[in-house]
Design a protein around this ligand. Structure first.
Ligand SMILES: *Cc1c(COP(=O)(O)O)cnc(C)c1O
Length: 410
């Protein structure tokens, strides 16, 4: 097709003719963003409550982030890991500090959540034990290794055989985990809150029990903080709600994986290996050409700076307290409950109407995500203003009302 013929088509047709069909065709094409507002190609404005799936922690076009990126790019944009750069090294030091990781802990940088979990998966092989235990309906990424760890049959079936010996236990059930972990268990991999699974918060004490069970069996505890990490749930890492260094020393995970919010929109992933897991790889065992890229690292520094300076973790807890009742109140009876922590929330709906509600929200200028058939996920920028929250709640109310009007009474 010639360029001229191609531009005569609607953008959705051009998308379908050029982008692989692993994604469904997007309903809108976005052109510009500022803070928690986005504008589409037609100039329609939206309040963004999904923030690139928990990625745009500072919202869109934050001046601190764009300045950090531009000045690093104008100074030194890429080197590979043949050479050291200060932004990557200092980011590693900073992440170790934020995790309160013990002496001997180390960081590996990559470019995405799936890559972080791939590296963690490889680390488990070095234990000499074969089996990894994961939770049902978890999500750890789409590459072959990460997919093997993602216990969702619909995502896995077309791609079998998948690597590794992976055993699945129900999420949140400490007893089932305890029964499954044994002398052949290399590692247990868990999300502190299941994000893609529907923002599922496990019972209190679940991670602490998992830590104890792993210690007893000599297995590693891997915590996937790709969605929950970097301030989203009110602490730097989701595990810190339950696991913290006490007088007896480190009781955190052996391995922590990060991505999404870390770069505020630039692709970066990280693996924190604590204690012996930090030094298990020897030269040549793993690597990434782009991993630790100074521009992505500079972006992460800006994200961490702004979260710390502006107290955004406390704010995410406050906003949760405000949003949870307000979302139910404004839903006109459509919302049955709100779950989550900090600014990772899901509204459970009365019926399988999430796709329709997501559409109604969009038509009323509000971007949310139908994470399950019955739940809407919200993961706004940590910088979202009170004004934008007010506006979002107004639009939410209008969308819920419009949906209720269109529903046939039972
Ligand atoms: C998004 C996500 C991933 C995968 O991250 P990608 O950057 O898309 O590869 C892995 N784990 C969790 C918990 C996630 O939410």
């Amino acid at each position: 097709m010639t360029q001229a013929a191609s531009t005569a088509l609607h953008w959705q047709q051009r998308w379908e003719r050029s982008i692989m069909s692993n994604y469904s065709t997007p309903p809108i094409m976005l052109a510009r963003g500022e803070g928690s507002r986005l504008w589409d190609a037609q100039g329609r404005e939206y309040v963004d409550l999904i923030a690139g799936i928990a990625v745009n922690a500072l919202g869109h076009a934050h001046p601190r982030l764009t300045d950090a990126i531009c000045s690093q790019l104008a100074t030194l944009g890429h080197t590979s890991n043949l050479y050291a750069t200060a932004p990557a090294m200092e980011l590693a030091e900073r992440l170790l500090q934020l995790a309160d990781a013990p002496e001997g802990s180390r960081v590996f940088f990559c470019n995405s959540g799936a890559e972080a979990n791939e590296a963690a998966f490889k680390l488990t092989r070095l234990t000499g034990r074969p089996e990894v235990i994961v939770a049902g309906n978890g999500f750890h990424g789409r590459t072959m290794g990460a997919l093997a760890l993602t216990a969702q049959p619909k995502k896995q079936e077309p791609f079998r055989p998948l690597p590794g010996q992976v055993r699945v236990v129900p999420y949140g059930d400490a007893g089932a985990l305890e029964a499954a972990v044994g002398p052949t268990t290399a590692a247990v991999l868990l999300e502190p809150i299941q994000g893609e699974g529907g923002v599922i918060v496990p019972p209190d004490g679940y991670l602490a029990r998992a830590r104890a069970v792993c210690d007893q069996a000599g297995a590693l505890l891997l915590v996937d903080e790709v969605q929950t990490g970097i301030g989203r749930t009110g602490t730097w890492f989701g595990f810190q709600h339950e696991l913290a260094a006490g007088p007896a020393g480190w009781v955190g995970p052996d391995v922590i994986t990060l991505a999404k919010g870390l770069g505020g929109g630039l692709p970066i992933g990280a693996v924190i290996g604590t204690g012996a897991s930090g030094t298990a790889f020897t030269p040549g065992m793993h690597g990434s050409t782009f991993g630790g890229n100074p521009v992505a690292a500079a972006a992460a520094h800006a994200v961490l700076d702004v979260i710390a300076e502006e107290g955004l973790m406390l704010r995410s807890v406050d906003l949760h307290r405000r949003l949870a009742p307000a979302l139910i109140e404004a839903s006109g009876g459509l919302a049955a409950g709100v779950r989550g922590r900090g600014l990772l929330l899901a509204v459970e709906l009365d019926g399988e109407v999430s796709t329709e509600l997501e559409r109604q929200c969009r038509e009323h200028g509000l971007l949310v995500n139908a994470v399950t058939a019955t739940a809407i996920r919200l993961a706004p920028a940590l910088t979202i203003t009170d004004l934008d929250v007010d506006c979002a709640l107004e639009r939410w109310h209008l969308a819920c009302t419009a949906l209720a009007r269109g529903r046939v009474p039972a």
